[in-house]
Design a protein around this ligand. Structure first.
Ligand code: HEM
Length: 282
């Protein structure tokens, strides 16, 4: 990833925080990304987490829960529950969220070192998911969470201007899409400008993002790369191949399976960790 001229500034809060924060906690679902002791060393301040926003939503939920039943619901569970609610609010599937997670007691920028990056090769993405017990199918289906939300130009301009050896663009971008992306994210423009990751329905949770990936309309390079590998391409295609949609795999049902699985990664239970009283501090 090229060095940014500036860090993207936080836009107004969004319920989508929790969906992305569920995924973006370095050790797993233990709320380490929420810690903000005002120290640059906190995981929240890691380069890899630039742009993650909406922490105030989690803080508000936590303070209401603490007034009603102090010391019971962990910040990690709030993130998992809020992720589900954000998906439902965007007209996606509802599902039961397993609870009982406890909060981690460590937060360090280094914890984000191994997060998937937009410029990782498909092999690297597969490997990083596999290290967390997640399959190639989970990689495809969970990346489809990009059916909602936005990205800063910061994360995609290298696809337009400096793709190979510092020059040129990503050939996998559909030529029809290219002028649109360039006008939204012009060369040397403001890297904080945001655009939907699903150009057709960025506020609605649906399988349009997979259609976009098939057609060369993916915004993020990591999403586009899912169609450049035989295995992940066939997983994307499987959602469109059946002549009778009811007999093919269900995107919504598979998403639920994968996100429940994601919610089990690196959890602390029993006497491990603690229940924080304030999500941003130990
Ligand atoms: C393959 C690995 C992934 C990579 C490389 C990746 C990368 C990114 C990037 C660069 C952004 C834009 C950040 C910004 O500009 O603020 C983003 C946004 C987002 N990601 Fe991912 N992501 C991945 C997987 C996931 C997963 C597994 C989920 C959830 C299940 C997820 C949910 C989201 C959501 C909801 C947003 C929108 C956030 C918003 O609108 O503020 N991502 N992701």
């Amino acid at each position: 990833m090229p060095s940014p001229p500036t860090k993207p500034s936080p836009p107004p809060c969004s319920g989508f925080i929790s969906t992305t924060a569920l995924f973006r906690s370095g050790q797993g679902c233990e709320g380490s990304i929420l810690i903000d002791n005002g120290r640059e060393a906190d995981e929240k301040h890691a380069f890899e987490h630039q742009g993650v926003r909406g922490f105030d939503v989690i803080d508000i939920a936590k303070s209401q829960l603490e007034s009603a039943c102090p010391g019971v619901v962990s910040c990690a569970d709030i993130v998992a529950l809020a992720a589900r609610d954000a998906i439902v609010l965007a007209k996606g599937p509802s599902y039961g969220v397993e609870t009982g997670r406890r909060d981690g007691t460590v937060s360090d920028t280094k914890m984000a070192d191994n997060m998937p990056d937009v410029s990782d090769s498909i092999q690297k993405l597969k490997q990083k998911f596999s290290e967390k017990g997640l399959t190639e199918k989970d990689l495809v289906i969970l990346s489809a969470a990009h059916t909602i939300g936005t990205t800063a130009c910061f994360f995609m301009t290298s696809r337009l201007y400096t793709f190979s050896g510092g020059v040129g663009s990503d050939p996998s971008i559909n030529p029809e899409f290219f002028p649109e992306l360039k006008s939204r994210c012009p060369l040397n423009g403001d890297v904080n400008v945001r655009l939907p990751m699903d150009r057709d329905s960025g506020q609605t949770f649906d399988n349009q993002i997979l259609k976009n990936i098939r057609g060369g309309f993916a915004v993020l390079q990591s999403d586009a790369s899912l169609y450049q590998d035989e295995v992940t391409q066939s997983i994307v295609d499987s959602y469109f191949e059946s002549s009778r949609p009811s007999s093919g795999p269900s995107f919504e049902a598979d998403f639920v399976d994968s996100i429940v699985k994601l919610g089990r990664v690196g959890v602390l239970t029993g006497s491990e960790g603690r229940i924080r009283a304030v999500c941003k501090s130990f």
